[in-house]
Design a protein around this ligand. Structure first.
Ligand SMILES: [Zn+2]
Length: 177
C-alpha cells in the first residue's frame, strides 16, 4: 500500500540514500524525476507553478524503467528489412519488371513493415524485458508522486515503498499516513 507523507513547504529536501522504488543501495547518477504542476486562477490569467524533485534509483530499477531495450530496437529494424526483402522478392518472382512496379515494391514493403512494427511494438516492449523487470518497471512508474503542494498547507507526497516513505518523513520532519 502506498504511504502519503506531508511536509512543510520546503525549497530543498533531504533525500534518503536508497532506491526510491525498492530500497536497494542507489546506483551513482541513477535518478527518478518527479514533478507536479499546479494551476491557479489569478485575476484574469492562470498562474502555473511546477515542483520538481529527483530520487535515487538502484541499477535494476534504472534499467527496468528505461523505455526500450536495445534488443527491441534491433528487432524492429529486422522487421523493417524483412518486409522490404519479402516484397522485393515477390516482385522478382512475379517477374514484373516495369519501372513503376520496381519503385512501388520497396515503398510498399516499407509501409507494410511500419504497420506491422507499430502493431507489435507493445508486445515487443514486453518481450525485451523479463517478467521481473516488467514488475519492477510498473513499481518505478508509480514509486513516488507529488500529489499537491501549497505554500501554506505544505506538500503531500505519495510513496509506494513504506520504508522509504518513513525515512523521507523522518529526514524532512514530515508526517506519514
Ligand atoms: Zn530499486
Amino acid at each position: 500500500m502506498s504511504v502519503q507523507v506531508t511536509t512543510q513547504y520546503y525549497g530543498k529536501f533531504q533525500i534518503p540514500a536508497a532506491c526510491v522504488a525498492c530500497g536497494n543501495p542507489p546506483a551513482p547518477g541513477a535518478k527518478w524525476k518527479v514533478s507536479h504542476t499546479r494551476s491557479r486562477q489569478k485575476f484574469s490569467s492562470t498562474e502555473y507553478k511546477t515542483m520538481r524533485l529527483e530520487f535515487p534509483l538502484c541499477l535494476e530499477c534504472q534499467s527496468a524503467s528505461k523505455n526500450r531495450s536495445m534488443g527491441t530496437l534491433v528487432y524492429l529494424l529486422g522487421i523493417l528489412v524483412a518486409g522490404v526483402l519479402v516484397v522485393a522478392g515477390i516482385g522478382a518472382l512475379v517477374g514484373d519488371r516495369t519501372s513503376a512496379a520496381a519503385c512501388m515494391g520497396p515503398l510498399l514493403g516499407v509501409a507494410l513493415s511500419l504497420i506491422v512494427a507499430s502493431q507489435v511494438r507493445e508486445r515487443v516492449n514486453r518481450w525485451g524485458f523479463s517478467t521481473e523487470q516488467v514488475e519492477r518497471r510498473k513499481l518505478v512508474k508509480r514509486c513516488a508522486q507529488i500529489k499537491r503542494f501549497d505554500e501554506k498547507k505544505g506538500i503531500v507526497f505519495e510513496f509506494e515503498n513504506p520504508g522509504y516513505a518513513t525515512q523521507f518523513a523522518n529526514l524532512n520532519l514530515g508526517t506519514a499516513v
